[in-house]
Design a protein around this ligand. Structure first.
Ligand SMILES: CC(C)(COP(=O)(O)OP(=O)(O)OC[C@H]1O[C@@H](n2cnc3c(N)ncnc32)[C@H](O)[C@@H]1OP(=O)(O)O)[C@@H](O)C(=O)NCCC(=O)NCCS
Length: 179
């Protein structure tokens, strides 16, 4: 298990590391080995202290916070976590393949320059559909479902809703009991 040394132990716990033979066969350990090898081979995600698939890209790992139980969100393909600003992923949130979470824009007047980054916050138990893009400064409240292919340009901080389209608009509220 040499590969595990390059990851922070704080991420190597939780539901993905519990399993057969005291966890040694658990999915999380398979990610540790495969991701470390794959990322090294392709030269991607080098500074990320948790297992990330070589088919997904994390930029600015130090600006990303999530619960280790949600490590699965980094095991899919085609995602781009562009954390020039802070990205917060609420516990129990699922992120589908090919999702972009973007915190920083180029300056439209001069693309060689960057505008100041703005944080993205995803609440607890959201579901971000495939091929969607969440743009800088967006906050999604708990239980927000983002439809496949959505471009989320503004915040829906109250959550408990389904949003979809480009630009994303609320298509229905979710009637889930909450305080
Ligand atoms: C959004 C979604 C969850 C469905 O939510 P829903 O509330 O049940 O919506 P409905 O299917 O009842 O559709 C309601 C309206 O929204 C539209 N709509 C549904 N999904 C949409 C989407 N992704 N983009 C744009 N419009 C969408 C429907 O066409 C319908 O429009 P209409 O009222 O004009 O007929 C689903 O369509 C979706 O996009 N799921 C994501 C799947 C995915 O990415 N999976 C990845 C693997 S985890």
């Amino acid at each position: 298990m040499v590969a595990a040394k390059s990851y922070d132990k704080a991420y190597l716990r939780g539901r993905w590391f519990e399993g057969r033979l005291g966890g040694l066969c658990a999915t999380g350990w398979q990610w540790v080995v495969c991701d470390a090898r794959g990322c090294k081979k392709l030269g991607v995600n080098r500074d990320v202290p948790w297992p990330v698939s070589p088919r997904t890209q994390v930029l600015g790992a130090e600006n990303i916070s999530f619960h280790p139980d949600d490590l699965n969100n980094f095991q899919t393909f085609g995602c781009y976590f562009q954390a020039l600003g802070k990205i917060t992923i609420g516990k129990g949130t699922y992120i589908a393949p090919n999702v972009g979470i973007i915190t920083g824009n180029h300056d439209p007047m001069d693309p060689d320059k960057r505008l100041p980054p703005q944080p993205v916050m995803l609440g607890e138990k959201c579901w971000i559909g495939m091929n969607s893009v969440v743009l800088p400064g967006v906050t999604l409240g708990p239980h927000t479902v983002v439809g496949a292919g959505a471009v989320v340009t503004k915040s829906f901080p109250e959550g408990y809703c389904v949003i979809a389209g480009n630009p994303a608009r609320m298509i229905r509220k979710l009637d889930i009991n909450h305080e």
